[in-house]
Ligand binder design. Structure first.
Ligand code: NAI
Length: 249
C-alpha cells in the first residue's frame, strides 16, 4: 500500500499510460479522480476500478474545467496529495508543414494544460502542508525525434516547467518531477503510426533507435509515475526519470 490514504488526480486516464497509472494507484491504496476529455471512456475505467475511483470529463486546456476538477477531488475525497499531469497528444510535422492552429491547439493541451492543472492544484496542496506532482514529458524533450516539431517543443516545455515548479514550491513541501517515456504501446502510438504515410518504415525507424528493441507497455511507464508520486521518492524533486529502453542512453 504505497499510496495509502493519498488522494490523486490523474489526467488523461481514459486510456494508455494514465489508465494504467490509475489502476496502480488504486491498487496501492489511493483514492483517485480520473480526468479525461473522453468523459465516457474515463467513466468506464473508474467504474471498473471500484469505489476508490471517480471520473470527471475535463479538457485540461480549459481553466474553468480544470478548476472544477480540483474542486471535485476535494469535495469527493477531502484533500489532494498527488497530481499526475499525463494528458497529451502528438501530431506529425516539421516546423514548415505544421499549421499554426495545430501548433496552438497542441501547446494548449500538452503545455498550458500542465500549467493550468498545477495553477489550480498547488494552492490546495500548499494549504494542506504539501503534495507531489508528476508530469508526463517524453524522452524526445532531450533527444528529439523526426517529424514531430510541435510535440517535441511541448514536451521540452513540460520538462523545463517541472524544474521551475520544483524550485518555486519546494518550501511548500511540494515535490515536482517528470517521467520521460520512450515509445510506448498505447492508442497514441497506434494513431501516430496509422497517420504516417509509410507506417512500416516509420515503425522500423523508431525500433532501430531502441536498444531494448521493443516498445514499452503502459504499465512500465505507470510504475515510474507511481514511484515518483510515492513517499519512496521523498528526496526527488526537479528530476526527469527517463524510461525509454535505452533510446536516449
Ligand atoms: P493515449 O492517447 O493512449 O492517452 C492519452 C489520454 O489523454 C487519452 O485518454 C485522451 O483522451 C486524453 N487527453 C488528450 N487530450 C486531452 C485534454 N485536452 N484534456 C484531457 N484529456 C486529454 O496516450 P498515452 O500514450 O497513454 O500518452 C499519455 C502521455 O504520455 C501523453 O502526455 C503523451 O504525450 C506521453 N507520451 C507517450 C508516449 C508514447 O509513445 N505513447 C511516449 C512519450 C510520452
Amino acid at each position: 500500500m504505497r499510496l495509502k490514504d493519498k488522494v490523486a488526480i490523474i489526467t488523461g486516464s481514459a486510456a494508455g499510460i494514465g489508465e494504467s497509472a490509475a489502476e496502480l494507484f488504486v491498487r496501492e491504496g489511493a483514492r483517485v479522480l480520473l480526468a479525461d476529455r473522453n468523459g465516457e471512456g474515463v467513466a468506464q475505467v473508474a467504474e471498473r476500478l471500484g469505489p476508490n475511483a471517480a471520473a470527471i470529463a475535463v479538457d485540461v486546456s480549459r481553466s474553468d474545467e480544470v478548476k472544477r476538477m480540483v474542486e471535485c477531488a476535494v469535495e469527493r475525497f477531502g484533500r489532494l496529495d498527488i497530481l499526475a499531469n499525463n494528458a497529451g497528444y502528438g501530431i506529425p510535422g516539421t516546423v514548415v508543414n505544421t499549421e499554426e492552429d495545430a501548433w496552438d491547439a497542441l501547446m494548449a493541451v500538452n503545455l498550458k494544460g500542465v500549467f493550468l492543472c498545477c495553477k489550480h492544484a498547488i494552492p490546495v496542496m500548499a494549504a494542506q502542508g504539501g503534495g507531489t506532482i508528476v508530469n508526463t514529458a517524453s524522452n524526445v524533450a532531450t533527444v528529439g525525434i523526426f517529424d514531430r516539431a510541435a510535440y517535441v517543443a511541448s514536451k521540452g516545455g513540460v520538462a523545463a516547467l517541472t524544474k521551475a515548479m520544483a524550485l518555486d514550491h519546494a518550501e511548500q513541501n511540494i515535490r515536482v518531477n517528470c517521467v520521460a517515456p520512450g515509445v510506448t504501446w498505447s492508442s497514441y502510438f497506434d494513431r501516430m503510426v496509422a497517420g504516417h504515410p509509410d507506417p512500416e518504415s516509420f515503425k522500423a525507424k523508431l525500433k532501430a533507435r531502441s536498444p531494448i528493441n521493443r516498445w514499452a507497455q503502459p504499465v512500465e511507464i505507470a510504475n515510474a509515475i507511481l514511484w515518483l508520486a510515492s513517499d519512496e521518492a521523498s528526496f526527488a524533486t526537479g528530476a526527469m526519470f527517463t524510461v525509454d529502453g535505452g533510446m536516449s542512453a
